[in-house]
Ligand binder design. Sequence first.
Ligand SMILES: [Zn+2]
Length: 466
Amino acid sequence: MRLKPLMMLCILALGSLAHAQGDPAVIEKILDEGKSRNQVMRHLEDLTIQIGSRLTGSSRLQQACDWALAKFQSFGLQNCHLEQWGEIPVGFLRGKRQLGRMISPTERILEFTTRSWTAGTNGLVRGQAVLAPDSVEQIAAHKNDFRKKWVVMKIVPQGQQPMTQEQRTAFRTALRDAGALGTISGSRNELVITSGSFQNLSWDKLPKDVDITVRASDYAAIVDSVNAGKKTELEFDMDNRFEKGPVKVYNVVAEIPGTEKPDEVVIVSGHLDSWDGPGSQGALDNGTGTCTAMEAARILMAAGAKPKRTIRFILWTGEEQGLLGSRAYVQAHKDELPKISAVLVDDGGTNYSGGLVCIASMEPMLKAATDVLNTAFPDMPVKVTVQERMPRGGGSDHASFNQAGVPGFFWTETGVSNYPYVHHTQHDRLEAAIEKYLVQSSVAHAVTAFNLACADTLLPRQPSGG
Ligand SMILES: [Zn+2]
């Protein structure tokens, strides 16, 4: 026997009477809007193509905050604002001009990165590649060998200690004194990973060393060529710009106010900032989580959802530097924490929202809140998994809340996308996004938040000491 969707919903609603849910007619509208007129890919295209990567403290992240704020306003949300959480001493903007090439003996495009908040080149800089010596003394003794050269760092053999931070600094300083153009290292494989830090930076003492990492195959090509005695010429053009600070940094906040208990809150979130290595658009980390949260907001508004509790949408920033935006938020809103029912975080790439991890007391409510998704997307089921304790750690913003005793959930990512291939690498681009998964994820956010916001109670807390 085939049941009509509405009847199915009624049965599901009856089955979970113990846990009052959002109005089934509204849920039906949410599913219809989310499945038939989903715009998550449109948001993601705007974010990745028109804006691009979004390093915390960069003017491009500010542009993205303003864009997201305007979007929330256009959907009709209330209390839309940017909430400052801190300051970054020195801003950094990676210009779009990022080029690396081998010129001779053969032409070859190099895939590379430099750490954020480090120097680029002043225009196109061409020079011969030479292998690094073994010691600072050798640099001092043969300064001319390194003048106007790209110095290729050696791979530390297995079992041998790598240089300490201090030794590395001394080595680089000696090379700079000798007039070298910069250093080139190889990554472990074909991925180049971008990270970096603004700690201890000041406008008067900006980093000067040009320190490039190329992917393993490019590194091997350079070293083989030099070792074969061929004149090996490389050129780089890296528009890395420091921006004068202090730079104010913000989370983006918008709300659908609750009709009965407006001071009780369900948070739907993802982080808007990203790493910014050459090639990356910050598409899957975390453009996707940003856009599923935004699309959930749009869907709920379009469906006319009137939750009993407030649903608050937050796009965190400073996530990549250590969950800075969410940690500061928890600090600043200490008094309100007991009234935050749950915090949903989508930050694991483009796969579908395949599950939530919780403790036993939360299971019935979360199952009731997500049940209807399994009917709406039968090939992308949501699994609620019970653990003895809520996770204390975890690499995203839910951890900031769990540490403060507020139930924080990181959507388990399920699907065919290979996240490590894009995570902080040159491949974090729009092409890697999978639309049908993002449709499900945005609807999962909307339905789960709406049901939790209409439930009889807040989610139970983990007993303290847990
Ligand atoms: Zn992330």
